[in-house]
Design a protein around this ligand. Structure first.
Ligand SMILES: Cc1cc2nc3c(=O)[nH]c(=O)nc-3n(C[C@H](O)[C@H](O)[C@H](O)COP(=O)(O)OP(=O)(O)OC[C@H]3O[C@@H](n4cnc5c(N)ncnc54)[C@H](O)[C@@H]3O)c2cc1C
Length: 531
């Protein structure tokens, strides 16, 4: 088979690119996805992430290496392995980050990536339920909706945060991010709007687009320093070659795009040789620069029922399912969190440096069963961690997972910020109307004093988890450690681009799905302009 363009990975960015490139009927496009079709019904029910996360039929089920910053713990890193990629598994929260994030990317020398450049792309992708305004678009492929359920404990949290001095913000994706309020969701009529639902479903009948599922791309074929094709294993495990006339776009996500580059001989030559791969092109930054959002999950027991109680009995579960089936309403429409807040841990930061995710339920870890008592969760994460980790190959076998070395909490700022976030969470818990609903602090525990910096940091090291936002492993820029230029071309290689969360030169101050979709929109414009 021979095509004009091949897109590797049908995730948040890849689906957008496949759609936009195949809009030209004179162009042939292949979209290769390691996972299968998105037929698992739980993918499309918002609360289904409880069922799809950790399910190897749709999740790569990565785990990190033991991390000294987490007192030697390994933690789960789910990633979508299905049409839609991680947008088919994620918590549905629609967050763009801060305009300053993108202006910083521009300041780093990446022309065309400032806020004024990317805002039109966010708007173009969006079909915002609240209507069109300076910051939001309507009529785009991606439906963005308001929450369909409310829970008193989350409303009490929003009120308590205001009592603690944080202003209400009706739209954190608008003029200002700072403040507290409710999440916007990537849902449509109470169903998940993944990148596949938004960008692939409406165009599946295009004869110039070939979507190949269960196709694990194992390497890029290089003719000298020019990409000319791909090798992939089909659903029977048989190796196939795809010839590509114009360009290959790697959209395998922040873990897999750098892995494919390294398997193709592009990376740090010493590391490649150690792993039995002949270096073709030296790019020492491949797989380096890894950043993620780390969350501290505080749990408070309540003296009134929370969702933990609502879902406990089979009778209630049946009622909830019926409500969803009949009205697309109730807890099954719920995203990973209901309320949020963007705040500063100290006066000397210019913009919010922490984000809250507030959930009317609690569990030992996300994706596990809820606690057998009434409780809710306040998760807090640092928005712009300084700690950077890396990915390392695990030998030359493409089916082996890379080693993930996140290097969490390895700078003083990161340690101070997570402790600052925990302290703000505990201060909000002491404000009414929330305080009167709380019977006991379950995690960390009331025995840990607010002034105990070392104790709180140690608790964070032993209890934090990922919020699943890996980025930065094929960073955009022009320095020695960057992997792609501002047009997303891999430095030194012709006809090869990377477009997904891996290209972020610095992690954005928020959840990463909307930015990944914007990156797909931007990449499409860049490719079409060059085409
Ligand atoms: C459980 C979970 C919850 C999350 N919650 C939220 C949230 O609520 N809000 C938010 O904004 N963000 C959230 N995120 C993060 C967000 O969804 C991701 O950052 C975003 O989807 C990443 O987009 P991407 O295009 O970079 O990669 P992905 O969407 O992960 O896409 C990569 C695709 O490439 C495929 N692929 C990889 N390697 C190969 C190969 N060798 N051959 C062929 N195909 C390959 C993968 O199977 C996958 O489909 C969450 C993520 C997870 C996992």
């Amino acid at each position: 088979m021979e095509v004009d363009y091949a897109v590797v990975g049908a995730g948040s960015s890849g689906c957008v690119i496949a759609n936009r490139l195949s809009a030209d009927p004179n162009t042939t496009v292949a979209l290769l996805e390691a996972g299968g079709r998105d037929t698992n019904p739980w993918i499309h029910i918002p609360v289904g992430y409880f069922k799809t996360m950790h399910n190897p039929s749709v999740d790569w089920c990565y785990r990190t290496e033991p991390d000294p910053g987490l007192n030697g713990r390994s933690i789960d890193w789910p990633r979508g392995k299905v049409l839609g990629g991680s947008s088919s598994l994620n918590g549905l929260l629609y967050v763009r980050g801060q305009k300053e994030d993108y202006d910083r990317w521009r300041q780093m020398g990446n022309e065309g990536w400032g806020w004024d450049d990317v805002l039109p792309l966010f708007k173009r992708s969006e079909d915002q339920e609240r209507g069109e305004d300076e910051f939001h678009g309507v009529g785009g492929p991606l439906s963005v909706s308001n929450m369909r359920i409310q829970r008193p404990i989350c409303d009490a949290w929003v009120a308590a945060a205001q009592a603690a001095g944080y202003p209400f913000n009706p739209d954190y994706n608008g003029a200002e991010q700072e403040g507290v309020g409710y999440f916007q969701l990537t849902t449509r009529n109470g169903r998940r709007c993944s990148a596949a639902v938004a960008y692939l479903k409406p165009i599946r009948s295009r004869s110039n687009l070939n979507i190949i599922t269960n196709a694990l791309v194992t390497r890029v074929v290089l003719d000298g320093k020019k990409a000319t094709g791909l090798v992939y294993r089909d659903r029977s495990g048989v190796e196939q070659t795809l010839k590509v006339r114009r360009e290959i776009i790697l959209s395998g996500g922040a873990i897999n795009s750098p892995q494919i580059l390294m398997l193709s001989g592009i990376g740090d030559p010493d590391h490649l040789k150690e792993n039995g791969i002949e270096p073709v092109h030296a790019l020492p930054g491949v797989g380096k620069g890894l950043q993620d959002h780390l969350q501290a999950r505080l749990v408070f027991k309540c003296n009134e029922p929370t969702l933990n109680d609502e879902v406990r009995s089979l009778f209630n579960q049946a009622r909830i399912a019926l409500k969803y089936a009949l009205f697309r309403a109730g807890p099954m429409t719920m995203a990973a969190s209901l309320a949020t807040g963007f705040m500063k841990t100290r006066p000397d930061v210019e913009t919010p440096d922490i984000q809250f995710h507030v959930q009317p339920w609690s569990a030992d870890s996300p994706g596990e069963g809820v606690h057998p008592f009434s409780a809710f969760t306040m998760s807090v994460c640092q928005l712009r961690p300084e700690s950077r980790g890396e990915l390392r190959l695990n030998g030359p076998d493409p089916s082996k997972h890379v080693k993930i070395i996140p290097n969490y909490l390895s700078t003083d700022t990161d340690c101070r910020t997570i402790v600052g976030g925990v302290n703000i969470a505990r201060r909000i818990a002491k404000q009414n109307p929330l305080a009167s609903k709380i019977s006991e602090e379950f995690r960390p525990t009331a025995d840990l004093s607010h002034d105990d910096y070392e104790g709180t940091l140690d608790w964070a090291r032993s209890n934090t988890t990922s919020i699943y936002h890996p980025t930065g492993t094929c960073a955009m820029g022009s320095d020695d450690m960057s992997v792609v230029d501002a047009k997303l071309n891999v430095h030194g290689i012709m006809n090869l681009r990377v477009a997904d969360c891996s290209i972020m030169p610095e992690i954005v101050s928020g959840n990463t799905n909307a930015p990944a979709i914007m990156i797909g929109e931007k990449a499409s414009d860049l490719i079409n302009a060059d085409g």
